[in-house]
Design a protein around this ligand. Structure first.
Ligand code: FE2
Ligand code: FE2
Length: 411
């Protein structure tokens, strides 16, 4: 793609000039047939040959292979995911600068290591994974002739002033997080949000930093004993505990998002992308679920932030404990799935579009205050990508597969 075009124009451009199938009209639930498909390409009948030539010239060899069976909905889902992964990469990078394996804030690293000695390594690895997801999705989009997602102009939020943080513009804000911890109860429950279930918070974290915000607030060279003693040590441990819950909160959302997109996808290569990157998000979630539990178990349990009052209780002791809260029950409890008439099943949940799709994810991240301070244009851009992605519908028609075989030579 040589000529940059605004994201808003990508839909019309794809409909006009790339072998991407248009979406069916959702009001009629009609699936596009061969004739409509050709119309969607901007060609009909005798126009096929020149249009094909144009497509082959425009697409690189790699793109032609991967455009087989690709729908506009597939592209819009990948574009939203490219945006979401860009945002994930941005906040994980902030965690890495301060608390990763080469992180620059020793007291923060010590507080993270109080939760688990592997925290800095896992933070760095998770960051690398998100950067790879972003780069891959944008490169794939480019390869198939679609517009990649670039959010660089929204890199306007300030960095933390604490030792270790680079002073560069950020896309996300980790300094006043509202962390939704209801996933902790959800994954221990036999109920499923896709059947309407709701869950209480495991820990109330209404407004708390996930990273140190300044050296005056949390001196970077202080020791970090368990339990924390001084006001600054308590504050730093509460910040690290918030990070541990925030990691799992975001990654479970990502796990559900990819799961929600899979039934909406048409192209086999897009299905592979969604399953395989989604699986990586699940691996992250499971890891962080285990670590978050350490922040609310002996010997670390009971930390209170003297600044905000946010408290991390012992979830293994009354009034908590039992199957709803026990910290080492980290594997998904079997729950309702597909139909209440079927047996309970251990699964990722929710995965229905209204609960876990793109619009739901934007709302989830906004409520989290991850975008606090961002411009209206930022929210408009993200919402437009989300709305377009959620319109994707799976389209499978053998005659279209046959047509694409003829166009591109099959497998
Ligand atoms: Fe990711
Ligand atoms: Fe992730």
């Amino acid at each position: 793609m040589n000529t940059p075009i605004p994201p808003d124009d990508v839909t019309s451009r794809l409909q006009a000039a790339s072998p991407v199938r248009a979406e069916p009209d959702p009001t009629t639930k009609r699936t596009l047939g061969r004739r409509s498909f050709l119309k969607g390409l901007g060609v009909a009948g005798a126009g096929l040959v020149p249009a094909t030539t144009l497509l082959l010239k425009e697409g690189k060899a790699l793109g032609r292979e991967f455009r087989r069976g690709l729908t506009l909905g597939d592209v819009n889902m990948l574009r939203f995911l490219a945006a979401a992964e860009t945002l994930e990469t941005d906040f994980w990078q902030q965690y890495t600068e301060l608390g990763g394996v080469d992180g620059g804030n020793p007291a923060y690293i010590a507080a993270l290591e109080n939760i688990d000695g592997d925290m800095p390594q896992y933070i760095s690895d998770n960051t690398d994974d998100e950067a790879s997801h972003t780069a891959f999705l944008n490169a794939f989009l480019q390869a198939v002739g679609a517009e990649p997602v670039n959010l660089e102009k929204f890199r306007t939020l300030p960095s933390s002033a604490a030792t270790g943080a680079k002073q560069i513009g950020r896309l996300t804000n980790l300094m006043t997080l509202h962390v939704d911890t209801s996933w902790y109860v959800r994954y221990r429950s036999k109920q499923n949000p896709d059947f309407g279930a709701t869950f209480p918070q495991a820990v109330n974290i209404p407004q708390e930093p996930g990273i140190p915000i300044s050296d005056a607030d949390t001196p970077p060279m202080m020791t970090q004993p368990v339990p924390p003693v001084s006001r600054e040590q308590q504050r730093m441990q509460a910040i690290a505990n918030t990070a541990a819950f925030h990691f799992a909160t975001v990654e479970q959302g990502g796990s559900s998002l990819y799961g929600a997109f899979i039934p909406m996808a048409t192209s086999k290569v897009v299905l592979r992308i969604l399953y395989a990157i989604g699986g990586s998000e699940i691996a992250h979630f499971q890891t962080w679920h285990d670590k978050a539990g350490n922040a609310v178990a002996e010997p670390l349990a009971g930390v209170t932030d003297p600044e905000t009052g946010v408290m991390f209780p012992n979830l293994n002791a009354p009034p908590f404990g039992g199957e709803d809260f026990q910290t080492n029950l980290i594997m998904p409890e079997p729950c309702q799935f597909i139909s209440k008439k079927l047996p309970l099943c251990s699964i990722i949940r929710p995965t229905r579009r209204k609960n876990a799709g793109a619009v739901a994810v934007v709302n989830f991240l906004t409520t989290m205050r991850l975008f606090e301070g961002q411009s209206q244009e930022f929210f408009d851009t993200l919402n437009a990508l989300a709305v377009a992605a959620d319109k994707a519908r799976r389209q499978v028609e053998d005659e279209e597969d046959e047509l694409l075989d003829n166009l591109f030579g099959g497998d």
